[in-house]
Ligand binder design. Structure first.
Ligand code: ADP
Length: 219
């Protein structure tokens, strides 16, 4: 289902950042916050921004929350308000509700309420930064499942000038280079003879252990 219209509840750092990016991407965004200052800051940026208490059902009805494809509950520390706003959006019939959790317990409650996606921005960013700190070549990664990961690894000096065949991560460690990002463009499904240059980015797929073994060998 294509999402076109978004309502964001809470225009703190997280909500404002999501809203600005969605606008950049060309979507319509209604921002809601009970703090007048936050609403004023965002009023020239978002499609609409309104001062309202999102825990009030009549208010959410009157701003037409049910007409939105996706609702993002970006309320931070007020856990009760976050839970109430998420329940109300679901009950009003918003198709997809995404909510930010500030603790594991808060997240478990949101999940029990059938919130479509619970996000733990600080926990997840902390984990991501820890991985990057211990693996200098790791630029970014996506966990496909508990077992499989796609990682973006910077090509270090020790691999510069080597072909994919010579580097041979599949034969040595079991993981495959599925794309190579070079300054002149991305090579998707590179061949054995494509060569690596320092600073290129390898997109590697494999099990966590295979990718770690490759990283350790080049790190
Ligand atoms: P962040 O860490 O993303 O900055 P904050 O907790 O600072 O998170 O921001 C949450 C925002 O949610 C604040 O601007 C606050 O005014 C807003 N907010 C909290 N409760 C409600 C509510 N019941 N209705 C609307 N907005 C709310």
């Amino acid at each position: 289902m294509k999402m076109n219209q978004f309502v964001i509840i809470g225009l703190g750092r997280f909500g404002a950042s999501i809203g600005k990016e969605l606008i950049e991407l060309g979507y319509e965004v209604l921002g809601v916050d009970r703090d007048e200052e936050k609403v004023q800051e965002m009023s020239g940026i978002l499609t609409h921004a309104v001062i309202a208490d999102a825990t009030d059902e009549d208010t959410l009805r009157s701003i037409g929350a049910r007409n939105f494809d996706c609702g993002v509950v970006a309320i931070g520390d007020d856990v009760q308000a976050s839970i109430l706003a998420a329940i109300l959006l679901k009950e009003l019939g918003v198709k997809k509700v995404v909510a930010k959790a500030v603790s594991e317990l808060h997240g478990r409650v949101l999940e029990r309420m059938d919130v479509d996606r619970v996000i733990y921005p600080e926990r997840d960013m902390g984990i991501r930064v820890a991985h990057q700190l211990v693996s200098p070549n790791l630029l970014d990664y996506i966990e496909l499942s508990d077992k499989y990961t796609i990682a973006e690894l910077g090509v270090p000096a020790c691999l510069a000038g080597k072909s994919i065949e010579e580097t041979n991560p599949r034969g040595r460690y079991g993981c495959s280079i599925v794309a190579l990002n070079k300054p002149k463009g991305m090579i998707v499904a590179p061949t054995a003879t494509d060569t690596l240059a320092e600073g290129d980015v390898m997109v590697v797929i494999g099990t966590n252990e295979q990718i770690e073994a490759f990283q350790d060998a080049i790190g």
